[in-house]
Design a protein around this ligand. Structure first.
Ligand SMILES: [Fe+2]
Length: 213
């Protein structure tokens, strides 16, 4: 079952020149190789609160909580998965010198965080709703609001990069990165609004579960 987008997707301009044209070989590892080396997470420093870039100062934007469970293909929760998160600020601007969007940086928002899943595979972080931003892919192209995720297993062998989107975003249907994903799996990339059990005032909560290959 193919859930990933193809390497070559003609509506996504910048991937045309960098996507591989030859078949990618599959490298097989034996069990010993996979279990021998592991990243030691004993002294791992979490930064799952993206609102703490400059303490006591609040970034601009709607505060949100994102939580979910990381599982394998059998549905089992995966512990100690390193999750990196990065995103634009509320006006759709990254803290990146290559970002040419004519929008302000927020002095109180860095847009980067890192966390670990717990023993049941659960994670949670605090941030603000990212803004949409224009890009040069096609005429009037705007990327929908999204948060970037990179997940790495402590054995180095499993890595997943993905993006989380928000419900009812009118920009999704024109976004080639989102549309490159096979249609029956696109909903998996959209977080679910879920504020029913949220006891943290002033935050909207979204659920985003992730399956690692
Ligand atoms: Fe982005």
């Amino acid at each position: 079952m193919r859930t990933n987008p193809p390497h070559y997707y003609k509506n996504y301009k910048s991937n045309l020149s960098r996507s591989p044209k030859k078949t990618i070989p599959v490298i097989k590892y034996n069990k010993e190789e996979i279990s021998e080396q592991r990243i030691n997470v004993k002294n791992f420093k979490h930064k799952n609160n993206l609102l703490e870039f400059r303490k006591k100062k609040h970034p601009i934007g709607q505060k949100i909580i994102v939580y979910g469970q990381v599982t394998n293909l059998k549905g089992e929760g995966l512990k100690n998965i390193i999750i990196e998160i990065w995103q634009a600020n509320a006006s759709g601007k990254y803290r990146d010198i290559n970002d040419k969007h004519d929008a302000p940086l927020d002095p109180y928002f860095q847009g980067y965080g890192i966390t670990l899943t717990d023993r049941n595979g659960n994670y949670k972080f605090f941030t603000i709703m990212p803004g949409a931003y224009p890009w040069q892919n096609h005429k009037s192209a705007w990327r929908p609001k999204h948060i970037h995720f990179s997940l790495l297993d402590t054995n180095f062998f499993s890595r997943l990069c993905t993006q989380m989107y928000f419900p009812d975003d009118i920009l999704l249907k024109n976004d080639p990165i989102f549309m490159a994903v096979p249609s029956k799996f696109r909903n998996k990339l959209i977080a679910k609004y879920n504020n029913e059990h949220n006891n943290t005032p002033n935050f909207i909560t979204y659920n985003f579960d992730i399956t690692m290959p």
